[in-house]
Design a protein around this ligand. Structure first.
Ligand code: ADP
Ligand code: ADP
Ligand code: MG
Length: 670
C-alpha cells in the first residue's frame, strides 16, 4: 500500500481474474467486505464475476485492453465506491505506476509502496541494493554498463557456465544459459531480443550458473509501523524451463538455524527498500550457500502452502496491514506445523512439448473433497480456456502432518482430478508426486529434465478392464436412450427399433472400440444381472450401473470398483484407479452421419484468431492450397484445401475470433 488507510476497508476491488481473484474475494467476504470484480469481454460469465458482489466490464479480451488498463480499473473503482484495490499476481501487481495512480485517486493499493516496487523492479538495481544491505549474492555482474566487450569479459571473470538474465525480467523470459565463451555473443543477442520484446528493456545482468541448485524462497511480511517477519520458506525447485511446477513448505532438509538465517536475510532485504505488505525473497541455494535472486513484490502463486503450514490467511494479513494495523503475529508467535505441497494444473499437452491448450472444459472434477486438500480455481465445467490468459486450470494443495502424508494426499487428490475437453499436465504431476526421487526429496532445478523419461511415459495401451468399462457405459447409455424412446413412444427413434438391445437370454451385440490404430472388437452377451464380454484377453463378467454423469459402480469378474466414463462425440474418457484412458467408440450408426456431417466442411481446428486469409470469394483453389491461418497461443495453424474447388463464401475476416469447429469458408466443386 502507498500509505495505510488508518481506517477499515469496506469495499475491495480485485484487479485480476481467475483463481487469484476468486481466492482474494473469498477472504474479503469472510472479513465482511463488499467485493468488486472487473472483467474483460471474454470473462463476462467467469467464476470471479459470479463470486463478486458487483462486477464491472473493463474492455476487450486482450489483457492490454482490459486487465492492464489502469484508467479502466480506476474508473470501475470510482463507480463502485471501492476504497481499496487488490492486484493479485501478474497483470498490474508489480506496476509502480499503478500503485501511484491508486494513491492519486485516493484508493488504497493492497501492496507495497510504489518506491519498493521500483527498487525491486530491476533485478540489477535490486542486487546492487542487496549488496549494500549485506545480503549474499550469486557471483555475477549487475552493473549499468552494457558494453558488449565488457559483458563478455565479466562472463569470463565469473567463469562459465553463466546465466544471462533480463534485468527487467520475469516468468523466465530473456534468460539464457551460456556454456562457453564461444557461445556468448549469440546468447547475449538472443537474450536482449527476448527482453526487448517482453519487457521493452534490453538491459541484462550475468550470474554464475549453478548446475544443481535449489530454489528456496522466503515469505516476508512488513507493516507500516516498521515491523517485519518471515513466514518461513518454500522450496520451488521442481521447475520446467525455469518456471515453477511444484512448490512445497517447509523446504525438505532445512535446519532451524538455516531457516532463521535465511529468514533474517529476507527481512533485511525487505527493510532495505522500506517494504510494507506481503513479499517473497527468492534465493538460489547450493551446498551450504544461499544467494539472493530477486524479490517479488506481491502475493505469490504458491502462497497457499505457507498458509497451510502456518494456519494464517495471507490475504487477510495483507488487508489488515493495508488498513494500517500492526502485523497480526510477532516472529515468535508464527506456527510451523506439518507439510504442504502445491501443484499447478495447466491446460497443456506434455506429450507435445507442453504446448498450451485452448478449448472448452467439457467435464471438470476437482478434488475439493479429497482429504487434506485445498483447490484454488477460477473455472467451472463448461468454461473455456482461451488464448488470452494463463492456461492454469487450478492449483491443488495437499497438506499433511509430515511430507510423506502430504505426498500421499496429493496423489489421492490428483487421482480424483478429471478434465475432459483439453489435455492437461495431470498425469505428469502425478508422475512427479509418485516418483521415488521426489519421495526421497532429491530436489534441484533439473529434477524434471533428469527424470524426463519417467515423467513423460508414452500413453499406456488400454487394458481389458478399461474396455469393459467403456463397453458397460455404452450399453447402459443405449439402454437408457432406448427406454426413453419407448416411454416417450417416439416411433422414429432408432433405439426403439434396435433388436439387439432387448434383454433376451441369448441375445448379444457387437461393439467396436479403437485405441489409436488398434481396433478392439467386443461381443457383449446379455445376462440377467449384466453382461459377459468377449474381450481381447478372454471373457469377463461385467455388472454395474452408470448414472447420467457417467459415474460407474461396476463388478468386473466379481471385483468391485468405481470409475467414470465421459463421452464427447465418439471419444470416451475412462477414469479408473487414478488413471485416465481414451478410447474411440466406433458406432456404425454414426459413421454415415459423420460422413455427411462435418466432412467437407472447413472448420477452425481450435479457438483462435484469424490472422490471414489467403483466398478470396470466387477463387479457384487446388487441393492442399493454404486457405486460412488461425493463430492461438502464439502458434499458427494453416487450414488447407482438402480438394480442388472454388471458394463459395468466406465466413470471417482477418482479426476475427473463432470458436473451435466454426466453419471458416465454403468450398464448392467446380
Ligand atoms: P510465482 O513466483 O508467484 O510463481 P510466476 O513467475 O509464476 O510467479 O508469475 C506469477 C504470475 O505473474 C503468472 O501468472 C505469470 O504469468 C505472471 N508474470 C510473471 N512475470 C510477469 C511479467 N514480467 N509480466 C507479466 N506477467 C508476469
Ligand atoms: P524470474 O523473474 O523469471 O522468476 P529468477 O531470477 O527468479 O527469474 O529465476 C528463475 C529461475 O531460474 C530460478 O528459480 C532458478 O531455477 C533459475 N535460476 C536463476 N538464477 C540462476 C542461477 N544463477 N543459476 C542457476 N539457475 C538459476
Ligand atoms: Mg523468480
Amino acid at each position: 500500500m502507498n500509505r495505510p488507510a488508518n481506517r477499515p476497508i469496506r469495499t475491495l476491488l480485485v484487479a485480476n481474474r481467475g483463481e487469484i481473484a476468486v481466492r482474494v474475494m473469498r477472504t474479503a467476504k469472510n472479513m465482511g467486505l463488499r467485493t468488486v470484480a472487473v472483467y474483460s469481454q471474454a470473462d463476462a460469465n467467469a467464476l470471479h464475476v459470479a463470486v463478486a458482489d458487483e462486477a464491472y466490464p473493463i474492455g476487450p479480451a486482450p489483457a492490454r485492453e482490459s486487465y492492464l488498463k489502469i484508467d479502466a480499473i480506476l474508473e470501475a473503482a470510482r463507480r463502485s465506491g471501492a476504497d481499496a484495490i487488490h492486484p493479485g499476481y501478474g497483470f498490474l501487481s508489480e506496476n509502480a505506476d499503478f500503485a501511484e495512480a491508486c494513491e492519486k485517486a485516493g484508493i488504497v493499493f493492497v501492496g507495497p509502496p510504489a518506491s519498493a516496487i521500483r527498487a525491486m523492479g530491476s533485478k540489477s538495481a535490486a542486487k546492487a541494493l542487496m549488496e549494500t544491505a549485506g545480503v549474499p549474492l550469486v557471483p555475477g555482474y549487475h552493473g549499468a554498463d552494457q558494453d558488449e566487450a565488457l559483458l563478455a569479459r565479466e562472463a569470463a571473470r565469473i567463469g562459465y557456465p553463466v546465466l544471462i538474465k533480463a534485468s527487467a525480467g520475469g516468468g523466465g523470459k530473456g534468460m539464457k544459459v551460456v556454456e562457453a565463451a564461444a557461445a556468448f555473443t549469440e546468447a547475449l543477442a538472443s537474450a536482449k531480443r527476448e527482453a526487448k520484446s517482453a519487457f521493452g528493456d534490453d538491459r541484462v545482468l550475468i550470474e554464475k550458473y549453478l548446475t544443481r541448485p535449489r530454489h528456496i524462497e522466503v515469505q516476508v511480511f512488513a507493516d507500516s509501523h516498521g515491523e517485519g517477519v518471515y513466514l518461513y520458506e518454500r522450496d520451488c525447485s521442481i521447475q520446467r524451463r525455469h518456471q515453477k511446477v511444484v512448490e512445497e513448505a517447509p523446504a525438505p532438509g532445512m535446519t532451524a538455524e538455516r531457516r532463521a538465517e535465511m529468514g533474517r536475510a529476507a527481512v533485511e532485504a525487505a527493510k532495505a527498500v522500506g517494504y510494507v505488505g506481503a513479499g517473497t525473497v527468492e534465493f538460489i541455494a547450493e551446498g551450504d550457500g544461499f544467494y539472493f535472486m530477486e524479490m517479488n513484490t506481491r502475493l505469490q502463486v504458491e502462497h497457499p502452502v505457507t498458509e497451510a503450514i502456518t494456519g494464517q490467511d495471507l490475504v487477510e494479513w495483507q488487508i489488515r496491514v493495508a488498513e494500517g494495523e500492526k502485523l497480526p503475529l510477532s516472529q515468535g508467535e508464527i506456527p510451523l506445523r506439518g507439510h504442504a505441497i502445491e501443484v499447478r494444473l495447466y491446460a497443456e499437452d506434455p506429450q507435445k512439448d507442453f504446448l498450451p491448450q485452448v478449448g472448452r472444459l467439457e467435464h471438470l472434477a476437482l478434488p475439493f473433497a479429497a482429504p487434506g486438500a485445498r483447490v484454488d480455481t477460477g473455472v467451472r465445467a463448461g468454461d473455456t480456456v482461451s488464448v488470452h490468459y494463463d492456461p492454469m486450470i487450478a492449483k491443488i494443495i495437499a497438506a499433511g502432518a509430515d511430507r510423506a502424508e502430504a505426498i500421499a494426499r496429493l496423489e489421492t487428490a490428483l487421482a480424483m482430478t478429471e478434465v475432459v475437453g483439453l489435455s492437461t499436465n495431470r498425469a505428469f504431476l502425478k508422475a512427479i508426486a509418485s516418483h521415488p526421487a521426489f519421495a526421497a526429496a532429491d530436489l534441484d532445478t533439473s529434477f524434471i529434465a533428469r527424470h524426463q523419461a519417467d515423467l513423460l511415459p508414452p500413453p499406456a495401451p488400454v487394458d481389458d478392464a478399461v474396455v469393459a468399462l467403456a463397453a458397460l457405459f455404452v450399453l447402459k447409455e443405449e439402454a437408457r436412450q432406448s427406454a426413453e424412446a419407448v416411454d416417450g413412444a417416439d416411433p422414429f427413434s432408432p433405439w426403439g427399433r434396435a433388436p439387439g438391445w432387448r434383454l433376451n437370454r441369448d441375445a448379444h451385440v457387437d461393439l467396436t472400440f479403437a485405441d489409436r490404430e488398434r481396433r478392439i472388437a467386443v461381443r457383449a452377451h446379455f445376462r440377467p444381472a449384466g453382461f459377459v464380454l468377449d474381450l481381447p484377453g478372454g471373457p469377463m463378467t461385467v455388472e454395474g450401473e452408470a448414472n447420467g454423469e457417467g459415474a460407474i459402480r461396476a463388478r468386473l469378474d466379481g471385483v468391485a470398483l468405481s470409475a467414470r466414463v465421459v463421452r464427447s462425440g465418439a471419444h470416451l474418457t475412462v477414469f479408473v484407479r487414478g488413471g485416465e484412458y481414451g478410447v474411440e467408440f466406433v458406432d456404425p450408426r454414426l459413421a454415415s452421419q459423420a460422413a455427411t456431417g462435418t466432412a467437407g466442411r472447413l472448420v477452425a481446428p481450435m479457438p483462435g484468431t484469424i490472422i490471414r486469409i489467403a483466398v478470396s470469394e470466387g477463387e479457384e483453389v487446388a487441393k492442399g492450397a493454404a486457405l486460412v491461418v488461425v493463430e492461438a497461443m502464439k502458434m499458427e495453424h494453416t487450414v488447407a484445401a482438402p480438394r480442388d474447388g472454388r471458394v463459395k463464401a468466406l465466413k470471417f475476416a482477418v482479426g476475427d475470433l473463432v470458436d473451435e469447429g466454426a466453419e471458416l469458408l465454403v468450398l464448392e466443386d467446380m
